[in-house]
Design a protein around this ligand. Structure first.
Ligand code: SAM
Length: 456
């Protein structure tokens, strides 16, 4: 017997004695299959790539097989465990780590943003693995990468190629934002009790900027789900798109194609064509030609006009609106600016915002921006203003309040994703990581905070 299996046996008896001391047995309904190979545990944690001081979150730490190696790399970690019986034991064993006792399916991932990009990992309980993948992987996600041990069959679905049985909605819905990689198959015998099926370790890394075209997220989801609802049927019938023959030809598939025949880039192209746009979002985002602003003095009085580029490069004072959209729960919607924006790309920003064009007013601009950026209309009420300064990019800003629960239609050229956040979550996030936000938004936030207008 080699050194690895000797250590492994030690671990097996440790698991048994810890469980015995807790008066507990592994619970099938909690998906409890404990990893007893320490070399492998260490290897899995290596795949997560945690660096010193980096924040991480482990889902379902159980008896800490992975946790001890993660803690060796960074003590800035949090454990999320459902089992009542092992919580106190975990607290005693890992006193330096954060510990959340609860169901990972109910966990509000928005609580993580203030910590910066978080490495998320775990040997997941199989009965909820796919739901957890969506919970942590869906936009907006605070995860900078995810490494999960999954049931082998689920791992294969995530990483599947077109025209295979495993390829489906899950592959595409997660694959649009995450690049999946099946790193290793793990035989069932490495876990105790031994599960009925093998497992696999999958690493999900965010897709590189620009590696895929952007598209409307909601429409993409809707089309993919409809396309695979009856996977043996042709898309012509499943999608029922008026211009299907034309779209099929444009994306290079026969009119008789089924959902599984389209690659991810083809699904994205289909979404853009069905939504009536070309997919050339970068050009659209940068096309600001012809925009003329009123230039104003330090008292916000119009003194002349200038093209957008000149107003910005010469730091001439001009005008803009920011709209803060709250839902019925009092949460504020923030948008994440697209990577093509000329200022603050990929920063978090007000729900909607935009320049006041020459000849327009603040009040006429606000509803137009709300419609253009979020695809909705709502009653707007002016709730504050910010003087032109470096932080606003020399814009005088009027801030408007709107109430809407979404969903919104976000133009992919302008906005990468968005989400509602509680005011407490945002206060904490802004205090910890102001660099994540557009400075104009921060100025508006400061103003509203000072006048107690944020807690609706
Ligand atoms: N990480 C440990 C290991 O590798 O030995 C345990 C892995 S075991 C497959 C799954 C773990 O997830 C268990 O500790 C179980 O109690 C926990 N768990 C099950 N359902 C959960 C849920 N909904 N939320 C959080 N933890 C859960």
């Amino acid at each position: 017997m080699g050194p690895a299996s000797t250590r492994s046996n030690v671990k097996l008896s440790e698991i048994a004695s810890t469980l015995a001391s807790l008066g507990a047995k592994p619970t099938q309904s909690l998906g409890q299959n404990f990893l007893h190979d320490q070399n492998l545990a260490k290897w899995i944690v290596e795949q997560v790539g945690i660096e010193a001081g980096q924040p991480w979150l482990e889902i379902g730490p159980g008896l800490g097989a992975l946790t001890e190696y993660a803690q060796e790399r960074s003590e800035n970690g949090t454990l999320l465990e459902k089992d009542d019986r092992i919580i106190d034991w975990l607290r005693g064993r890992f006193p330096k780590l954060g510990l959340i006792h609860g169901d990972a399916l109910d966990y509000d991932v928005r609580e993580l943003f203030w910590r910066g990009p978080v490495r998320v990992f775990g040997n997941l309980p199989y009965y909820v693995s796919s739901q957890l993948l969506f919970r942590f992987g869906e936009e907006p996600s605070p995860a900078s990468s995810m490494v999960f041990t999954l049931q082998r069959e689920l791992a294969e679905r995530l990483c599947a190629s077109p025209r295979t049985k495993a390829y489906g909605a899950l592959t595409l819905l997660l694959g649009r934002r995450w690049k999946p990689e099946l790193v290793r198959i793990l035989p069932a015998r490495l876990f105790t009790p031994v599960p009925r099926v093998d497992s696999a370790v999958v690493r999900l890394t965010p897709r590189e900027d620009g590696s895929l075209d952007e598209c409307d997220d909601r429409l993409f989801r809707n089309l993919v789900k409809r396309g695979f609802a009856q996977r043996r049927k042709q898309l012509r019938k499943n999608l029922d798109l008026e211009r299907w023959p034309e779209i099929a030809a444009a994306i290079g598939v026969p009119g008789t194609a089924r959902a599984e025949e389209l690659s991810l880039p083809q699904w994205i192209a289909l979404t853009n064509l069905a939504g009536g746009c070309t997919g050339d979002h970068s050009a659209k985002a940068q096309d600001t030609t012809g925009e003329i602003f009123d230039i104003v003095d330090q008292h916000d009085r119009v003194t002349g006009q200038a093209p957008r580029g000149e107003a910005h490069s010469r730091k001439l004072r001009h005008r803009a609106v920011h709209i803060f959209v709250f839902n019925n729960r009092g949460e504020l919607f923030l948008q994440k600016r697209s990577l093509w924006k000329d200022t603050h790309p990929r920063a978090w920003d007000s729900s909607a915002s935009g320049h006041v064009n020459s000849g327009d007013t603040y009040t006429s601009t606000a509803p137009r921006e709300l419609l253009e950026e979020l695809g909705v209309s709502a009653d707007l009420q002016e709730i504050g203003g910010v003087e032109a300064c470096e932080g606003t990019g020399w814009e005088f800003v009027k801030i408007f309040h709107a109430r809407h629960n979404g969903p919104f239609r976000l133009p992919p050229a302008e906005i990468e994703c968005g989400g509602f956040f509680t005011i407490e979550q945002l206060s904490r996030w802004i205090a910890a990581r102001p660099q994540d936000f557009a400075t104009g938004f921060l100025e508006c936030w400061k103003t509203l905070d000072a006048s107690h207008q944020l807690l609706h």
